[in-house]
Write a protein that binds this ligand. Structure first.
Ligand code: SIN
Length: 523
């Protein structure tokens, strides 16, 4: 069914999507489409904060060096330069838009996190940064003329006869209404990541990888999908969700210990708790295997009683699970956390499909390389959300939006609710067991066969529940293929059968639905 036409459609309501929408709505007719409520995504869950060179002892150059070092040789230096240079202005803009960051005497208080050489993590409400940012952005959005379409699942990107992205096909998320077509001069994909493809994740239920699948089906290049970042410290209590235990706790002095109370992280890196996220996650994983246990411990007692004021959300959540963090260590284990790869974009946020832009976790701008520096994701969302909006505005200035004469890539017809639970669980178990924090070829082949089978089983049916699972299985398939191709260990991609970093893999794997893959070597 034909629907309305907008200048710009933004898919997603996190920091990237809302920054894009707020920027674009100053000059264009904008619609924001979100799968659940507009504020339901991963941004709201962010704790640690926003990395930006705001301190007097800091500079974009030092932030640049730290980001490049964390990225293990694969960062796109131009994109990192943009990130660190424009980051402080975007933090100021968020403040102007109403986000109240923690400050003292009018000066922002910045915290330290692993692999940052300066205190540069701006936060709000102690450990409730995402909630504050999301609330401010949504409040601001309500005062613009932007249309907000909540509880809509995007089932396809629409291409016109010239192969340009000209809109989206949506369904009510509960499958209760027929497909609806929204036309657009340009589409900005900001739909977040894919942590829910793994059995254990810190991500919200909405992070099912739809965005990469949408762009893939539309013919966009996808890059870096082998780099799924596993957060080292997620709550590991039987039956409880893997709630994030912020890296900022380690930044302020919490210790990672084994059951005997030993700080084993120093065995693998002199940085101990403040080593890079890839190093810490791997060391914890290896300790779990060595001891045959399902968790180690994060001891916050060195922080004293002040920990409750600085980390109120973590304190309260742990208390709900019977843990008093001022007197008891927290059981923790790694969990899938952040999709580093995604839809390939340039520094304007443009994908390789004309009219399609991407920003935030669904995109791969190249700023994170092989290993994202802690708290560089919210700032990436703000910087590249802003840029994607400017890119889209420039693009549509040359070509106004027309009512869509576009073909759908996937026509969803039947009503249907949640995907078949047993297949969803099979997908998540397969990814965790075969394409997890430490992988090898044999395990990845098993995972790949399983997710390909799920993708095939869901491609013929046109019910919404199948479309959703098909999108997840498509993204999982691309992830497994990329991980199998990269025969080395680097950053977030650890292979037990190729444990070393190898010079021949100093570059990125670019994948395309029709053209297969190619390797772009870094200079
Ligand atoms: C955290 O607070 O540890 C998460 C920050 C991040 O993932 O960047």
């Amino acid at each position: 069914m034909m629907g309305e036409t907008y200048d710009v459609i933004v898919v997603g309501g996190g920091i990237a999507g809302l920054t894009a929408a707020l920027t674009a709505s100053q000059r264009a007719r904008v619609a924001v489409v979100t799968k659940g409520a507009v504020d339901d995504g991963a941004t709201r869950w962010a704790q640690g904060g926003i990395a930006a060179a705001v301190g007097t002892d800091d500079s974009p150059d030092i932030h640049f060096e730290d980001t490049i070092a964390a990225g293990r040789g694969l960062c796109d230096e131009d994109a990192v330069r943009v990130l660190v240079t424009e980051g402080p202005a975007r933090v100021r803009e968020l403040t102007e838009w109403g986000a109240a960051f923690d400050s003292h005497d009018g000066v922002l208080v910045a915290a330290r996190e692993a692999a940052h050489s300066r205190n540069r993590i701006v936060h709000a409400g102690g450990d409730a940064t995402g909630r504050e940012v999301e609330t401010a952005l949504v409040r601001r959005l309500r005062h613009t003329g932007a249309t907000v379409l909540e509880n809509r699942h995007v089932t396809a990107l629409l291409l016109d006869d010239d192969g340009r992205c000209a809109g989206v096909e949506v369904r009510a998320s509960d499958g209760s209404a027929p497909a609806h077509i929204l036309g657009a001069g340009a589409v900005i994909l900001a739909s977040g990541g894919s942590g829910q493809l793994w059995r254990n994740t810190t991500n919200p239920a909405s992070a099912t990888g739809d965005g990469v699948a949408l762009a893939w089906e539309a013919g966009a290049e996808v890059v870096g999908m082998e780099f799924m970042q596993f957060h080292p410290t997620a709550l590991a209590v039987p039956g409880a969700p893997r709630f994030l235990i912020s890296e900022a706790l380690r930044g302020e002095g919490a210790h990672v210990i084994d059951a005997r109370g030993r700080r084993f992280l120093f065995d693998s890196d002199a940085g101990g708790e403040l080593a890079g996220r890839d190093v810490v996650s791997r060391a914890i994983w290896e300790q779990l295997q060595r001891d045959g246990v399902d968790h180690v411990l994060l001891d916050c007692r060195p922080l004293g009683k002040g920990v409750e004021d600085r980390f109120p959300t973590i304190t309260a959540t742990c208390r709900e699970h019977g843990i008093d963090i001022t007197t008891q260590p927290i059981p923790i284990a790694p969990a899938a956390h952040y999709q580093i790869g995604g839809v390939r974009t340039d520094v304007r946020g443009a994908s390789t499909v004309p009219g399609l832009f991407a920003c935030g976790e669904v995109a791969c701008s190249g700023v994170h390389g092989a290993n994202r520096l802690a708290s560089n994701s919210l700032i990436e969302g703000a910087v590249f959300g802003h840029r994607a909006a400017l890119g889209a505005l420039e693009d549509i200035a040359e070509r106004p939006a027309l009512p869509p004469r576009a073909r759908s890539l996937f026509v969803a017809a039947e009503a249907g609710g949640r995907p078949d639970d047993s297949l969803v669980e099979r997908l998540r178990d397969s990814m965790w067991d075969g394409c997890g924090l430490v992988r090898d070829a044999a395990g990845m082949r098993v995972a790949l066969a399983a997710v390909e089978e799920i993708a095939a089983a869901t491609s013929a049916s046109a019910s919404l529940r199948s479309v959703r699972l098909h999108q997840s299985a498509t993204t999982a398939t691309v992830t497994c293929r990329a991980a199998l191709l990269r025969e080395e260990s680097r950053g977030a991609h650890t292979r037990s059968d190729f444990p070393s970093t190898r010079d021949q893999w100093h570059g990125v794997i670019v994948m395309h639905k029709e053209r297969g893959h190619r390797f772009d070597r870094h200079a």
